[in-house]
Design a protein around this ligand. Structure first.
Ligand SMILES: Cc1ncc(COP(=O)(O)O)c(C=O)c1O
Length: 481
């Protein structure tokens, strides 16, 4: 493909995406293929000779689309959102057109510098305390700043590894003969029983113990549960070092109580990390910012614009009060990556703040989104989703078939049929078998519940009515009314 053909095909590809977007309602939301569907549709070996563009494009419908669950479908109401907007898409085109790997400043100064500035913009828009920003304040050299990770899971792990590094050093300063693995064996991290599964995985990778603590009746982790666990574990000879808090849990969008947990972390010297993967997006609206109160106690904070801020995967923003804590845990300096500005300390290399070496120009799409929507456009988008969820909540309330296991929160409504868990599982299966919506279930305590999450950039009031009609009629069929 030469440059002239690329111009032509590139425009065709934008048309393919635009057609997909504007006709998506005609598609079945949830893919209904069987496992292994794809292999028989393709030859058993890669082609030896080049094929024609037209033939490859034809196979998108034949081979790929049957196995796609359409996350952009307005009646896709599963999980949490996967961000999308045309500005983000177009910025990613440019990013792909310049496949520069921005691991160090010198490798492409704009990649590093735009990321630093855009994360300060976003940090200010969320009213993060100034210690989390990289911009110098009152002539003081900043200790904090943001970094774009691929996912919230990586942010959790990065913070855990930095906290582990500091905790091992601290233990060794108290008991100099303690070997690294002996110190590490004493470390214990905490999260709530509602915490995301990525916290368990982070602890496996970091090689530390992880204890899930009981949340309260609203599924929030409270200070008393943490303090009891710390005292028990210290008594047992362990060293508590890290608390993972969640603002907006995956199952029910519950919020851990930072104002209680923060002072306890300070008292016992634990690193407090905040995972606000989904809910953090809403903090850009002043009316939801109080949900972040207590962030001042945290060492690190993370949320995913690739969930709910019109930005496509992957773009997970993490802020640190002390970037040096991660840098000193991660720095490896081979000769082939060294250069004058880095050696003199004049610049930051983002490779020291993440697990892989390579990194894409992810701040570009965030920059496009922030400029082309403005903070006000993003607020409007988030508020619209929350209003749609409220509308759905009102419709559910209008029927006596349903109950709410928890208070609906932001754009998530957890609900269930009055009846057994088995009945609710059967109900969810029937909803998804309809092909018209895709929803998932979860467990809250001993109750099986359905999660209706407004996620698609395309969902409108009309779609909420369509979803309600399906939810209501299949409920009646399921309970045999
Ligand atoms: C609270 C929470 N944390 C972490 C994650 C994992 O996000 P990621 O895929 O960015 O690692 C999710 C996913 O929805 C989540 O809800």
């Amino acid at each position: 493909m030469d440059v002239d053909e690329f111009r032509r095909r590139g425009k065709e590809m934008v048309d393919i995406v635009a057609d997909y977007y504007s006709t998506i309602r005609e598609r079945r939301v949830l893919s209904d293929v069987q496992p292994g569907y794809l292999r028989p549709l393709l030859p058993s070996e890669a082609p030896n000779e080049p094929e024609k563009w037209e033939d490859v494009v034809k196979d998108i419908e034949r081979v790929i689309m049957p196995g796609i669950t359409h996350w952009l479908h307005p009646q896709f109401v599963a999980y949490y959102p996967s961000g999308f907007s045309f500005p983000s898409f177009l910025a990613d085109m440019l990013c792909n057109g310049m496949p520069n790997i921005g691991f160090s400043w010198i490798a492409s100064p704009a990649i590093t510098e735009l990321e630093t500035v855009v994360l300060d913009w976003l940090g200010k828009a969320l009213k993060l305390p100034s210690e989390f920003l990289a911009e110098a304040e009152n002539g003081k050299s900043p200790q904090g700043g943001g970094v774009i990770q691929g996912t919230a899971s990586e942010a959790t792990l990065v913070a855990m590894l930095a906290a582990r590094h500091e905790a091992v050093k601290k233990l060794q300063s108290e008991i100099p003969e303690l070997k690294d693995h002996e110190a590490q064996g004493k470390l214990i991290a905490y999260g709530s029983d509602q915490a995301h599964s990525s916290y368990d995985k982070a602890a496996i990778i970091a090689g530390v113990k992880f204890r899930r603590l009981p949340s309260d009746k609203d599924f929030s982790l409270r200070g008393a549960a943490l303090e009891i666990a710390i005292r028990e574990d210290v008594e047992a000879g362990l060293h508590p070092f890290y608390l993972l808090t969640t603002l907006g849990t995956t199952s029910s969008c519950a919020f851990d109580n930072l104002l209680e947990l923060g002072p306890i972390c300070q008292k016992f010297g634990l690193w407090m990390h905040i995972d606000a993967a989904y809910a953090g997006n809403a903090f850009i609206c002043p009316e939801y910012r109080p949900l972040l109160n207590g962030v001042e106690y945290a060492e690190s904070f993370n949320f995913n614009p690739h969930k709910w801020m019109l930005t496509s995967f992957d773009c997970s923003c993490m802020w640190l009060k002390r970037r040096a804590a991660v840098i000193s845990a991660f720095t490896v300096d081979p000769a082939y990556l060294r250069y004058a500005e880095s050696d003199s300390g004049a610049v930051l290399d983002y490779r020291h703040l993440q697990i892989p070496l390579g990194r894409r120009f992810r701040s570009l799409k965030l920059w496009f989104v922030l400029r082309l929507y403005g903070i006000s456009g993003i607020q409007k988008y988030i508020r619209k989703h929350i209003e749609l969820a409220k509308k759905f909540e009102t419709l559910i309330r209008s029927s006596d078939l349903f109950e709410f296991p928890v208070k609906p929160m932001l754009s998530l409504v957890c609900f269930r049929l009055k009846g057994s868990n088995d009945l609710n599982k059967k109900y969810l299966q029937a909803l998804n078998d309809s092909g018209k919506i895709y929803m998932i279930g979860t467990e809250l305590g001993d109750q099986y519940v359905l999660r209706m999450s407004i996620v698609s950039v395309q969902t409108t009031e009309f779609d909420v009515d369509v979803i309600w009609d399906i939810v209501k009629s299949i409920a009646k069929n399921t309970i045999g009314k």
